[in-house]
Design a protein around this ligand. Structure first.
Ligand code: HEC
Length: 139
């Protein structure tokens, strides 16, 4: 009987702690270190709507079918990126993006390239379980 009570107490305490932690993280004041301009923000929205993150990572987080694209703007020429977005490849789908959507995505890649690096080993872990990158490691 005592064993059972102990289990209930432990379960209740863990549940309450989990809910408190979720609540704190959810309402934590989040600010982008470098705010995205309107075009980059539009690109970010397209990124989310088309679910590019299911195959690609940004800042080291996301799907692993395609490469991490955080610094793709720094590594590749713009026409190369445009070609992928315009036609896809045998393994990457063609999303039939309009010119303005392609421009917005490229502005978004420009933004990610200046705000972070792909390598998760460069992240700083905080006590509350969140992560950030040192500005010195940003290219
Ligand atoms: C079904 C998985 C998948 C989805 C969804 C996807 N991609 Fe890709 N993407 C890939 C793969 C795989 C590659 C590598 C293809 C290759 O080299 O032929 C790639 C390559 C790329 C490249 C070239 C990267 C490089 O350095 O060579 C860019 C840019 C890109 N994707 C952007 C996007 C964007 C933007 C979206 C959303 C609109 C998107 N992808 C959605 C799978 C995906």
């Amino acid at each position: 009987m005592r064993d059972h009570q102990l289990k209930v107490v432990v379960f209740t305490v863990l549940t309450v702690l989990f809910l408190c932690y979720s609540f704190v993280l959810y309402f934590k004041d989040y600010q982008e270190t470098v705010p995205a301009d309107a075009l980059a923000q539009k690109g970010k929205d397209i990124w989310q709507q088309k679910n590019c993150g299911s195959c690609h990572q940004l800042y080291g987080l996301g799907g692993h079918l395609g490469p991490d694209l955080t610094n793709v703007y720094g590594k590749r020429e713009q026409p190369y990126i445009e070609a992928f977005l315009r036609t896809g490849t045998t393994v990457m789908p063609n999303f039939h993006l309009s010119d303005s959507e392609i421009n917005a995505l490229i502005a978004f890649f420009k933004y990610t390239n200046t705000t972070g690096v792909a390598d998760p080993r460069s992240f700083t872990k905080h006590l509350d379980g969140t992560i950030s990158q040192q500005s010195s490691s940003v290219r």
